[in-house]
Design a protein around this ligand. Structure first.
Ligand code: SAM
Length: 281
């Protein structure tokens, strides 16, 4: 049963990053009924690692932040914050003041529980990043890991993100991308079934630039994606007995097949993993 009591009104009042147009409560998003049921989230976490629902888990986070120079005490917005793994990491390692926003009730409820358990000050907000309004110039870094695949109107979102950044503020994104054409039928079916909106890395970069961001670095990180997928698959196989103490054979098979298919799509070049680091210009 989803706890509907979590709304921004139950969170400490944010300072500059005050929420302007947030509603009191949200019905479950469709994602809560499909990809991000509680069972769906927790079984993903078994593969990605504690507090993560994205490629490479904590290792990817460590690698991403090792490559940039995040200022101590920076104001950070994590969009699609999931279980909060990255938000907790930047809070712990950079004393960052972190706000996480996520559309899924289940994700926000779980991340808030975990924040309480670790005495974290991260504010996890239930909300749709395409609809919420933060005050302009609220964040030094806007970060998002493998979440914008769910967003159709990325151009509008990127414009909003630009306005929320402080002058010279940065954006750090990893996201699922794709080959621009010749999609195998299986890949088209997967994207349609998940309701993802994917772009080529070039198009993604153009969307960021059109929103007023200067690209500092962007690249196709699919080789790293493949490496992570292979490691995660091996890990899942190695913990099968433990996994089956909490989940079903069907859960196990779904994950194994899901990972095997992602590996094939990445090897074929239809599914790609993009890295984008940009600055408000
Ligand atoms: C693959 S998960 C990644 C979670 C997290 N970034 C991580 O690294 O573990 C994608 C997340 O994006 C969230 N999401 C999807 N659409 C969203 C939206 N419109 N606004 C905010 N969050 C959204 C989902 O609920 C989900 O938690």
């Amino acid at each position: 049963m989803v706890d509907r009591s979590i709304t921004i009104h139950h969170l400490p009042t944010p300072t500059k990053e005050r929420i302007l147009n947030q509603k009191n409560s949200f019905p479950d998003s469709q994602l809560d009924q499909t990809q991000y049921t509680v069972n769906g989230i927790l079984r993903y976490e078994k593969v990605f690692g504690h507090n993560f629902v994205s490629t490479g888990g904590i290792k990817t986070t460590q690698e991403l932040f090792a490559e940039i120079n995040l200022t101590h005490g920076a104001k950070v917005l994590d969009i699609g914050s999931g279980l909060g793994g990255s938000a907790f990491y930047v809070e712990d390692n950079y004393a960052a003041k972190v706000t996480g926003i996520d559309l899924s009730n289940n994700m926000v409820r779980l991340s808030n529980q975990r924040a309480t358990e670790r005495n974290s000050k991260v504010q996890f907000i239930l909300g749709d990043c395409t609809k919420i309004a933060f005050e302009p110039e609220s964040f030094d870094l806007i970060y998002s890991r493998d979440s914008f695949l769910h967003i159709e109107d990325k151009d509008k979102l990127f414009q909003k993100i630009t306005s929320w950044l402080t002058p010279l503020g940065k954006v750090l994104i990893t996201d699922y991308c794709c080959r621009s054409n010749n999609w195998p039928e299986e890949f088209s079916d997967y994207v349609k079934e998940r309701n993802y909106t994917l772009h080529s890395i070039e198009t993604y970069k153009n969307l960021l630039e059109q929103a007023g961001l200067k690209i500092l670095q962007s690249y196709d990180n699919t080789n790293r994606f493949l490496l992570a997928l292979e490691t995660e698959l091996k890990h899942l196989i190695s913990i099968k007995d433990e996994f089956l103490q909490n989940f079903t054979e069907q859960d196990y098979e779904d994950l194994i097949q899901g990972w095997e298919k992602k590996i094939i799509r990445a090897q074929q070049g239809s599914q790609k993993w993009g890295y984008f680091y940009a600055q408000k210009s």
